[in-house]
Design a protein around this ligand. Sequence first.
Ligand code: PLP
Length: 392
Amino acid sequence: MTYPERFSNLPAYAWPRLRALLDAHDPGGEPVNMTIGEPQHAFPSFVPEVLAASVQEFSKYPTNEGSPQLLAAICGWLTGRYSVDVTPDRVMALNGTREGLYNAAMALAPETKNGQKPVVLLPNPFYQVYAIAALSVNAEPVMVPATAETGHLPDYASLSSDILDRTTICYICSPANPQGAVADAAYWAQLIALAEKHDFKIFADECYSEIYRDTPPMGALEAVADTGCDPERVVVFHSLSKRSNLPGLRSGFVASGPRNIKEIRQLRAYAGAPLPMPLQRVSERVWSDESHVIENRRLYQEKFDAADAIFAGVNSYSSPEAGFFLWLPVEDSEAAALKLWKDKGVRVLPGAYLSRPDPSGDPGSGYIRVALVAPKEETQRGLERIRDCLYT
Ligand SMILES: Cc1ncc(COP(=O)(O)O)c(C=O)c1O
């Protein structure tokens, strides 16, 4: 039997790699898990009630693009959050952003660019679905370092015109997982100008947009409004997983210009898995409520304050602008993760599991990613042990 060549060189996903690294060893203390970015704060208390009231709708096939009420709630949220006017024909409901980041590439990536094999740009380190999407549309994934030297965001403008002229899509994650860096107005303006010059689309993964410290991160849709660029240039992805602590709901949306959204809807009419109606009803309510988001942010802020205090004497520590991860410099990411587990019972993710080596080195191998998702006391305990084990 034959299998596709294009997926044959994929490394094992991060979690099996982590288990292979750590599980042969006993933890050196009561285990504290700081690996997965799965929120543990409470989701809004009204969710069960809304779900119960709409449970009969499991008997119906759901609408493909999202119910009019859900689309209206999403447009209302976008207007409140970013002061942009977005009509329902410019949004579509998703089963969380991961599948959307993948399937939007299926719908929008052309087969060739200027008669050549297309390129998809992604940051390195990166959320892994970007690379698989690139391979699935038969594009060459080009990974661009997002390191301390580049402000932890990829410097796409540094690429050669040869690459940029073959680019069809570039992924950008702001706030970034894992580094917590945020693209500002100047970054967006430069990226949009580059995309216009070389005619590619920007896929903006903004699923951490609501987990910030003081200043709400600028969104790609604001950048579109500010620069006056064609709304089809930018495709934006949002999620309830982090904003509202509902990763299991699998609910998000994509927003762009009407033509892109029409293309995405068309493909999904054939091959999509629409969000079940009761989950659409829940999502509609959740996008319409901000009080739980404010409380969620406060809980993260407490933990970032604790992290800042715990690492106060550590020169290499810097507090991320947004998101819920620490991206801590270490000499070797796997060795540090193993030491933490064996000496202290703390489980963290080696940065190298989120990156790929390139000729100038591996931009993830000098970091560990630490998720601040557990309750405050547990998080604090884990952070103190990390400091004592790796930084004193
Ligand atoms: C950067 C990034 N993008 C997208 C996702 C997917 O989120 P979801 O599919 O739950 O919306 C995650 C989840 O961890 C993520 O970290």
